[in-house]
Write a protein that binds this ligand. Structure first.
Ligand code: ZN
Length: 146
C-alpha cells in the first residue's frame, strides 16, 4: 500500500522520529550542495513543526550580543548609562555621541535596532557611540533641539 505524504514531506502515519536523525539521511546525498540543500530543507521542516525552541535560543543569543556590545561602549565593565548610571539592560541603548546616526547610516549602511549590535560586533566596534538609557537619550535629543 503506497503511503501518503504530508505537505511538509513526512510520511503519513509514521511517528517521524527519523527527522531527528537527519544526519544519517544526509549520507545518501552525493555532493556538498545536495547535502546542504537537504539539511536546510530538514531544518526548515523542524523549525516549522516546532519553532519555539529555536526562537528561545535566538532571543537568548540576541540578548547576549546586546550585553556584549553595550559593555564595550560602556564607561564601566558592565552595561551602564553614561549620564545617570542605570544598568537595566532592557532600557539601555546606543547613542551616537555627535548625533550623526542618520549620516552614518547613509555612508556605511549601518543598520537600525537589533541588527546594529550584530553589525558593530562584525565591524570591530567602530568609535563614536556611547551607552545611554532611553530617557537620557531623549533628553539629549531635546536639549540639542533635534
Ligand atoms: Zn540614563
Amino acid at each position: 500500500m503506497p503511503s501518503k505524504i504530508c505537505v511538509d514531506g513526512r510520511i503519513w502515519g509514521q511517528n517521524n522520529k527519523a527527522l531527528k536523525f537527519h544526519t544519517l539521511d544526509l549520507v545518501a546525498y552525493e555532493t556538498k550542495e545536495e547535502r546542504k540543500a537537504r539539511y536546510n530543507e530538514l531544518a526548515l521542516m523542524r523549525y516549522r513543526s516546532n519553532p519555539e525552541p529555536q526562537r528561545t535560543k535566538q532571543r537568548a543569543q540576541r540578548k547576549r550580543r546586546k550585553i556584549e556590545v553595550l559593555t564595550h561602549y560602556s564607561t564601566a565593565d558592565y552595561p551602564v548609562c553614561a549620564r545617570c548610571g542605570i544598568t537595566d539592560i532592557d532600557i539601555l541603548c546606543l547613542d551616537h555621541i555627535n548625533g550623526d546616526g542618520a549620516e552614518r547610516r547613509r555612508e556605511t549602511k549601518e543598520p537600525l535596532g537589533k541588527a546594529l549590535y550584530y553589525y558593530l560586533k562584525k565591524a570591530g566596534f567602530p568609535d563614536g557611540l556611547q551607552v545611554l538609557c532611553f530617557n537620557c537619550n531623549m533628553k539629549k535629543r531635546i536639549s540639542e533641539g533635534k
